[in-house]
Design a binder for this molecule. Sequence first.
Ligand SMILES: Nc1ncnc2c1ncn2[C@@H]1O[C@H](COP(=O)(O)OP(=O)(O)OP(=O)(O)O)[C@@H](O)[C@H]1O
Length: 332
Amino acid sequence: MDPTSKQKNQAKRRAEELMRRIGVEGVKLTEYEMNIASHLVDPQTIKVSWRDIAGLDEIINELQDTVILPFQKRHLLPDSKLFQPPKGVLLFGPPGCGKTMIAKATAKASGCKFINLQASTLTDMWYGESQKLTAAVFSLAVKIQPCIIFIDEIESFLRNRSSLDHEATAMMKAQFMSLWDGLDTSPTTQVMVMGATNRPQDLDPAILRRMPATFHVGLPNTRQRQDILQLILAGENLSNAINLEEIAEKTEGYSGSDLRELCRDAAMYRVRDYVRKEHMRQIAQQLQDYQEEERDSWLHFILDGNVPVTLPMTVLVCTNPFTTERFENSHQ
Ligand SMILES: Nc1ncnc2c1ncn2[C@@H]1O[C@H](COP(=O)(O)OP(=O)(O)OP(=O)(O)O)[C@@H](O)[C@H]1O
């Protein structure tokens, strides 16, 4: 009995559906390629585009020239070994600064299929399966090219080799690199590995060499923070008193993701504030209704000719002169 059969069947169904949607038909896939294909992203359905990324124009322009142009304009120099996208691109920098967004927008702009791999997809497997899956990543990418293989947290499985590495891990790394090199054998192959990491210093130098295009996606400066805030708050109902320049100055050290959270918190705070005030208003209204009801019941009591021993002054003050008079008369 295969303990992974349920998982494999699900991956197969998902992969077949995806392949149909992205217009790859008549391509026969192995069981392992099917598994990898379930991580395939249809470029049409990628929601992130360059317009959603603020403050990173320099990186975007550079990516457009070095990566996207060779994919898009391949027909201009179809046989050239030089007019090629780099085989490896590395995006590095602190968390939450837009690396994943850039990778997705690159795939969308270049029209490439996008295999979104978590390192764990390859490493959490049974002994022997990892190697078959790694081979499947590259063979699938070649079958459906042009294709970007995106590996988030790439350092977690292609880290510095050490003598402490498990034999299977060491073999998988060596295999990954040799398959990567294999992409170079045909000048027409349009497959690129794109990695993202917060810890470039942990990456194996041999991997770094295979990624000639590196982009530092750092923490945004004041101007970039203002651009990000402007983008996040576009279309929101903002008070005229809000000064984005001032907020940008006060948020040194914030990533794009932190700024988004800040704006989300502010919106939540306004709604919470409104809901609380509304709640207080309702309580005040209920209290007032209750007091009015109480007063009415006292009035009935008085009008019926009863004399309360401890009639609250408020009732006397609130009642009309006629009632008070009756009360006084009856009291005498
Ligand atoms: N430059 C930016 N412009 C607009 N939004 C941004 C920017 N940078 C970050 N964000 C916001 O932060 C979120 C997280 O960004 P993203 O996932 O691309 O970061 P990352 O660098 O890949 O982080 P991690 O290293 O944690 O994976 C985005 O979904 C977006 O809302």
